[in-house]
Write a protein that binds this ligand. Sequence first.
Ligand SMILES: Nc1ncnc2c1ncn2[C@@H]1O[C@H](COP(=O)(O)OP(=O)(O)OP(=O)(O)O)[C@@H](O)[C@H]1O
Ligand SMILES: [Mg+2]
Length: 326
Amino acid sequence: MANDIFISYSRKDVAFARALEEKLNGAGLSVWRDETRLAPAGVFTTEIASALRRARRVLVVWSAESATSDWVLDEARFACGHCKMLSIRIDNARPPNPFSQVNAIRVQDLRADFDKIISLFHAAPEPMQANIFGLPQLFDQKANNFFVVDHLIGRTEELTSLQRAWNSGIALRDEVPEKLGAPPGKHNVMIFHAMGGAGKTALITTYYRLMERGGWMGAEAVYVWSFYSQGTDEQRQGSTDEFFFHALNWFGYKGNISNLSPNRRALELAKLVASRRTLLVLDGIEPLQWPTTQGRLIAGSLKDTALRELLTYLCPLIRFEAEKRC
Ligand SMILES: Nc1ncnc2c1ncn2[C@@H]1O[C@H](COP(=O)(O)OP(=O)(O)OP(=O)(O)O)[C@@H](O)[C@H]1O
Ligand SMILES: [Mg+2]
């Protein structure tokens, strides 16, 4: 059964956590806390992961101790990634980045401040329903049909990295979209770069299915576009016009797209993508990359200005690298 609140805290703050659990139970809320809920012979991490997934909210108790606890940080990352984190501070220590950006209420006296915690619980918006476009698809040339990989062999490391990157994101709903930078520790962009047939599409298809099965894990928008097209290299899609027109419309751009320069298209789309918790999947971009025959310096880099700029806006690190190269 799903619990209302999962309490994430440091062992050193156990006295506070016990008192908090008691008060929450008294207010009619069901609580999951390791000390009272973990089965003695249970598989520790699996039970905690399942409780985290099933809880409606995760209440993180920040303190000087919990700010350096790997357990608490992992749980907070998960909760943020799933848009269900509530934060309180029980001493003067600031939560570590990127959690310092989330408003944590200060609790000095549990009895006096308890109403604030209850209001926090009731005021938190329900995670939004994801708005979805597209589906990463594998194409079987022989059967001339699309298919889904049933069992991905290996790739645990890549799937874990994807999940970690997703969980590092926080829905900064109050931030102005113009601020596209990522707080430290947040990953905006992941690039999978491998030879044809290595399994890039199979990997993202599997990740997409995992997200779908997990109720989209806090995503408010999921957009998938494949630049992959069949045919010879000459016939392949060499421009991103169709993508930018479709994506800008889909994300709600109201202006005239035809009048936008490639850079402006990229900026407007990046702002719309960053204004919500978005999973943007761009697959099969090799027709838009310089081939290896072009020499070592530009081989693999993107020919298309608008797409290059889009990634640059979404990933401040790439911008930094690009500036360093100039
Ligand atoms: N880890 C895996 N487990 C099972 N099947 C896999 C795995 N990786 C790849 N495949 C299979 O290998 C084939 C090629 O994989 P896929 O199309 O994902 O490669 P790709 O890197 O996207 O290639 P391209 O660059 O041509 O788009 C597919 O039939 C896919 O199902
Ligand atoms: Mg592919």
